[in-house]
Design a protein around this ligand. Structure first.
Ligand code: SF4
Length: 443
């Protein structure tokens, strides 16, 4: 009888991709995948270390797994493993520890463990890793949109971030390998791919000069794949936005006019303290450049409030900056002290009350701007990718996302099905942050 494996993921889209890749390796090797409940023979937790809370959650899930079945093999993989190996080695709830860049060996590592029944620790010093670990997926749990990991690691060392220590230096996946995966996914019917990585803008920096590929050449290659109708880009660093980059992608109709440009602060002093390598005016220029090539792009961003030494005035600068850019969405994070980072040791740590107050103010601005952007879409024809059926006010609709990643619904009829691309005119709101659209034709 085949062994039952339950997997659980914590953290970002890259981690989610990697856990799916491990699941598919295990399935291929004959393991049965079961829900993360009692009764599995093996529990695999793909851990996260982005905040102190993520560390705690990772440990909690490992202990929960052992409690669900004390005889099961509990496997810890992922980022927390890299930053706190010793603690996990000493933890009796954990039987097998696989670091980043060891995930591909999941099947062999389990076989080895079963033979020897002694705790196994396979964690390498990630900073010395130069090779991209080639994991791949043939399908994904997402219904219509496939996230594809194309890059790992980060060389930026923002002062608040532990990720370069958990993920190591920049490693990029060869274009040929990305294309193979995109073709497999397209053959399975996926129409939208999201290119993602730990620091996507660094794609290709590690390739030798003579075969230097860039994010732009990767996007151009993916654009050639038949069946793929949309290419969405994961989080970008502002400095990737150049005339050349914008000219290149704006010539590719499959690229979605949705740009998530990580800001973190609109105050130059705070940006410097964060070791972000651009100034607020430079960031604003990049937004202008995007708007020169796309008439109404969705610009989205991340902002940290309450960073050490952020005065009331600094926060106001950041707030005004965010207000003036007119983002569609702003994801707001209260600064969270992460052990082992430079920022955690900085003077001028702020109270939770101050962080909460600033976060609330920024959140209100986000609400206003999101509504403004969505309202401006009313009257426009959107391209919608139908994702699932939903009920709103007793009526059945297809929920969809536009190319800009705005949510919209169209009434459900037999003329359409999930995964269709349709053109529909936005006429009103159907719900909070959901547009109501009327279908014009089937693509
Ligand atoms: S760019 Fe900065 S925040 Fe992003 S992963 Fe690298 S160090 Fe962390």
């Amino acid at each position: 009888m085949s062994k039952k494996v339950a997997l659980h993921n914590l953290g970002c889209k890259v981690n989610a991709y990697e856990v799916e890749a491990m699941q598919q390796l295990l399935e291929k090797a004959g393991y049965e995948i079961v829900p993360f409940e009692e009764g599995a023979d093996i529990y695999l937790i793909n851990t996260c270390t982005v905040t102190n809370i993520a560390d705690r959650k990772s440990r909690q899930m490992l202990h929960k797994a052992k409690k669900m079945n004390p005889d099961a093999i509990v496997v810890a993989t992922g980022c927390y493993v890299q930053t706190d190996t010793q603690k996990l080695e000493a933890d009796s709830a954990v039987d097998l520890i696989l670091g980043n860049n060891q995930k591909k060996q999941i099947v062999e590592a389990l076989e080895e463990y079963e033979k020897e029944h002694a705790k196994k620790v396979k964690v390498i010093e990630i900073n010395k890793t130069k090779e991209y670990e080639d994991l791949s997926i043939g399908y994904t749990a997402e219904h219509v949109r496939a996230y594809i990991k194309v890059q790992d690691g980060c060389n930026q060392f923002c002062t608040y971030c532990i990720i370069p220590y958990a993920r190591g230096r920049v490693r990029s996946r060869k274009i040929a390998e990305v294309l193979e995966e995109v073709r497999t996914l397209a053959a399975r019917g996926y129409k939208e791919v999201v290119l993602t990585g730990i620091h996507l803008s660094s794609y290709g920096l590690d390739f030798p000069k003579e075969e230097r590929e860039s994010l732009l050449s990767l996007i151009q290659a993916v654009h050639e794949v038949d069946g793929i109708a949309r290419i969405r880009l994961g989080s970008l660093e502002p400095r990737i936005i150049t005339e050349e980059f914008m000219e290149g992608i704006s010539a590719l109709p499959k690229v979605c006019p949705h740009f998530h440009l990580s800001l973190q602060s609109g105050c130059d002093k705070t940006l410097k303290n964060m070791n972000r390598r651009y100034s607020a005016p430079e960031y604003a220029e990049k937004c202008e450049l995007i708007r020169r090539f796309y008439p109404a792009p969705a610009l989205t961003t991340d902002v940290i409030v309450g960073f050490p030494m952020e005065t009331e005035e600094d926060f106001e600068d950041s707030y005004e900056f965010v207000k003036n850019i007119h983002f569609y969405e702003t994801h707001i994070f209260k600064y969270s002290r992460r052990q082992g980072t430079k920022a955690a040791a900085m003077d001028g740590q702020l109270t939770e009350a101050v962080k909460a107050q600033r976060s609330e103010k920024m959140l209100k601005l986000h609400e206003i701007r999101a509504k403004e952007y969505e309202t401006a879409m009313i009257g426009r024809t959107l391209e919608l990718l139908l994702e699932e059926e939903v009920e709103i006010g007793g009526k059945t609709y297809f929920m969809a996302h536009s190319k800009e990643y705005v949510r919209a619904v169209i009434e459900k009829t037999d003329a359409h099905k999930v995964n269709d691309l349709v053109k529909a005119k936005a006429v009103d709101f159907a719900d909070e942050h959901v547009l109501l659209a009327i279908c014009e034709d089937l693509y």
